[in-house]
Design a protein around this ligand. Structure first.
Ligand code: ADP
Ligand code: MG
Length: 184
């Protein structure tokens, strides 16, 4: 099956989870992340859910109320993005493609992040990531050293799949679903 066909199949499954069910699963996934947060402050790249993506708001609120730094993507063009500071909900604005982002100006290089938490259409147990088809994270991570940042995928268990990655595909170090760590 082509990546595009697989994407649309996986998105249909994800969209098919009821809002109440997703809320329960979102909560669990946020709690797994909160559980592994260390005492020392981290620089955390995350994202704001679009459509039926895993919503990490509970985790973000926890991060706001501790000493960690939070950054989210800002899309710059059809191929590029940067990570911009996100400190509170009043920072929110609607960015390109209708995706929520932050109006702050402080931008951080990806390689300076400790964690980068990413959404996906699908994942496999080897750590491969199927994104939305834009290759944004693949490009942004292209020149980052291994584990700088640690690449963390969050997904619902129903998004597990199998596919052959392409040369440019960046993979996850850790994957978290409502069932806990699938890979770490
Ligand atoms: P996604 O990762 O969002 O699922 P793909 O992996 O299919 O999307 O990549 C989408 C497009 O982005 C591909 O056409 C690919 O050629 C391009 N792309 C991905 N990474 C890079 C890169 N590092 N440099 C240039 N083009 C890239
Ligand atoms: Mg890719």
């Amino acid at each position: 099956m082509s990546k595009d066909a697989l994407r649309s199949q996986l998105l249909t499954l994800r969209d098919g989870l009821s809002p109440a069910r997703r809320e329960t699963l979102n909560q669990r996934i946020s709690e797994y992340l909160i559980d592994i947060l260390p005492q020392q402050p981290l620089r955390i790249g995350s994202y704001l859910a679009f459509g039926s993506e895993v919503d990490l708001d509970t985790f973000h609120h926890h991060v706001f109320s501790h000493a960690h730094e939070l950054l989210i993507p800002r899309i710059l063009s059809n191929t590029t993005m940067e990570m911009v500071a996100y400190q509170q909900e009043t920072d929110l604005v609607i960015g390109r493609f209708g995706i929520r982002t932050s109006k702050q100006n402080r931008v951080t290089e990806l390689r300076a992040l400790d964690w980068l938490i990413m959404p996906c259409c699908g994942f496999d147990r080897r750590g491969y990531r199927l994104g939305m088809g834009g290759g944004f994270y693949d490009r942004a991570l292209e020149h980052c050293p291994p584990k700088a940042p640690i690449r963390i995928g969050v997904a619902y268990a129903t998004q597990e799949t199998q596919f052959e990655p392409e040369d440019w595909d960046q993979s996850f170090d850790w994957i978290i679903t409502e069932d806990g760590f699938i890979r770490r």
